[in-house]
Design a protein around this ligand. Structure first.
Ligand code: ADP
Ligand code: MG
Length: 454
């Protein structure tokens, strides 16, 4: 790991402890000496670990030093020097020295979100390109500073910010990157800044940052003092050629309750929008996420992807939530490898539920249409393709889609296993005829009236 930050090391320490627990066979020893150790600081490859007693400091730096060193190297890939401090001593010292606050100690760039696992489609192509461009030359493209990305929630803004952070850390590790949410900024401001001196401390802290990413800036609204500080930091960084990247759930001009001088600054660089990804992109995202979960996409029936991508189409977060349910269901409940449509539907039943309480069912629509055209159900749902029967069949599919919002694939299954695109085309065809063919319009109108009577 290249130049891990304090907050990363702090997170990694949990992993170190987990591994140690399995290596130190005596549970009492582990609980008493190791379990409440934590990281105090990281400087020049030296990690200061706080332990709960003098005896613990002694024991960890002698008997257990080898196993500790080995585990730390394994988890961090780095040969850190470990130094052990006693909690009691630390507290005494803390009283003597008035500590400068270390701002945003718990903020970090999340390794999970990278450009590699961000799926690009028409809905996000330009925003992705802008992010890649800025990541490859932060602060250098004067006209593109700040980069401002906006979209409704759950479409990948935060993902892109972390991806930029990860890219820079890999390709320009000397640059200091800070990712924070606007809430973090507001909290830190309120927590630490009560006078002129604190305010200077905070400004100084930001002077050391090369790339500042602030997520969800719409939350600055109505916080006058915080906005003022933000304005100052923003100007300082931009004027010193540092990169700023912001996100919001709306275009700068639509953000209400934020000072106009700040809003003007927001849109003075490059402003990019993302929209809801189209169906093929949603399917590609699903496949990426399944692989990221360590599962093999070949175990999934192809129709499962379409069902999910169609059914959970509002935003990617929702899609991912549904997928997580499926993965959980498959691993913990069904314990099966092969994921069929039935299993997929079962797994998300609580999400899609019986939203439609009406007595209207696919079967009733099929019966009614068959009856209307003097056909049997078998003729309507079968394979015969005379013009008349094909038209009736398409209308039945159209009505099932319109009135019950059933996924195309499931409709296909009702009509002898037709595939997704066949049903979709049939529905589109009816939509078109409806506008130009009076006979079709009348038929549909009468059918809908019959279906309403129940
Ligand atoms: P936002 O910040 O816009 O609300 P997030 O970045 O938190 O959205 O995205 C929500 C979830 O959707 C995340 O898990 C993210 O990885 C995923 N996601 C969104 N867009 C994509 C994409 N194009 N490719 C892969 N994952 C995506
Ligand atoms: Mg976000």
């Amino acid at each position: 790991m290249v130049n891990p930050t304090l907050s990363e090391i702090t997170q990694l320490w949990d992993r170190v402890l987990e591994k140690l627990q399995t290596r130190i066979n005596d549970r009492h020893i582990f609980d008493s000496f190791f379990s409440d150790t934590y990281i105090q600081s990281l400087e020049n490859n030296e990690i200061k670990v706080v332990v709960n007693s003098g005896l613990a400091a002694n024991l960890l730096s002698t008997k257990y030093l080898d196993v500790l060193n080995m585990t730390v190297v394994e988890v961090t890939q780095t040969n850190f020097k470990l130094v052990f401090l006693q909690k009691g001593d630390l507290e005494k010292n803390a009283k003597k020295v008035e500590k400068k606050p270390s701002f945003f100690a718990s903020s970090f760039v999340n390794r999970k979100y990278t450009f590699d696992n961000f799926v690009v489609g028409t809905s996000n192509r330009e925003a992705h390109q802008a992010a890649v461009l800025i990541a490859s030359s932060p602060g250098k493209l004067f006209n593109y500073n700040p980069l401002f990305i906006y979209s409704q929630s759950g479409l990948g803004k935060t993902h892109l910010l972390h991806a930029i952070g990860n890219y820079i850390r890999e390709n320009a590790p000397t640059l200091k990157v800070l990712y924070i949410t606007t809430d973090d900024f507001v909290d830190e401001f309120i927590k630490y800044v009560s006078g002129e001196k604190d305010s200077d401390n905070m400004k100084d802290f930001f002077k050391s940052i090369d790339v500042l990413m602030v997520d969800d800036v719409q939350f600055l609204a109505e916080k006058v003092k915080t906005e003022e500080m933000f304005f100052h930091i923003f100007n300082h960084l931009i004027n010193s050629g540092k990169q700023i990247i912001l996100t919001s759930d709306r275009h700068p001009s639509e953000i209400r309750g934020v000072e106009s001088r700040l809003v003007t600054r927001f849109s003075s660089g490059l402003t990019m929008n993302m929209t809801v990804p189209d169906l093929p992109t949603r399917v590609a995202i699903l496949k990426k996420k399944i692989e990221a979960n360590g599962l093999d996409i070949t175990y999934f029936d192809e129709e499962v992807f379409h069902f999910f991508a169609e059914r959970f189409s509002n935003n990617v977060r929702e899609l991912e939530g549904a997928l997580n349910r499926l993965v959980f269901y498959v691993i913990n409940i069904k314990q099966t490898k092969h994921i069929t449509m039935d299993i997929a539907i079962e797994s998300v039943q609580p999400l899609i539920g019986s939203t439609k309480q009406s007595s209207l069912t696919e079967n009733r629509i099929i019966n009614t249409v068959a009856d209307y055209y003097n056909l049997t159900n078998q003729q309507l749902t079968g394979k015969i393709r005379t013009n008349q029967i094909a038209m009736a069949r398409h209308i039945a599919m159209y009505l099932i889609r319109q009135l019950l919002d059933v996924p195309f694939l499931k409709i296909g299954a009702l009509f002898g296993g037709k595939d997704h695109s066949t049903v979709m085309n049939a529905v589109k065809k009816v939509e078109k005829s409806l506008k130009v063919d009076e006979a079709v319009a009348t038929a549909i109108d009468q059918l809908q009236k019959r279906l309403k009577k129940a």
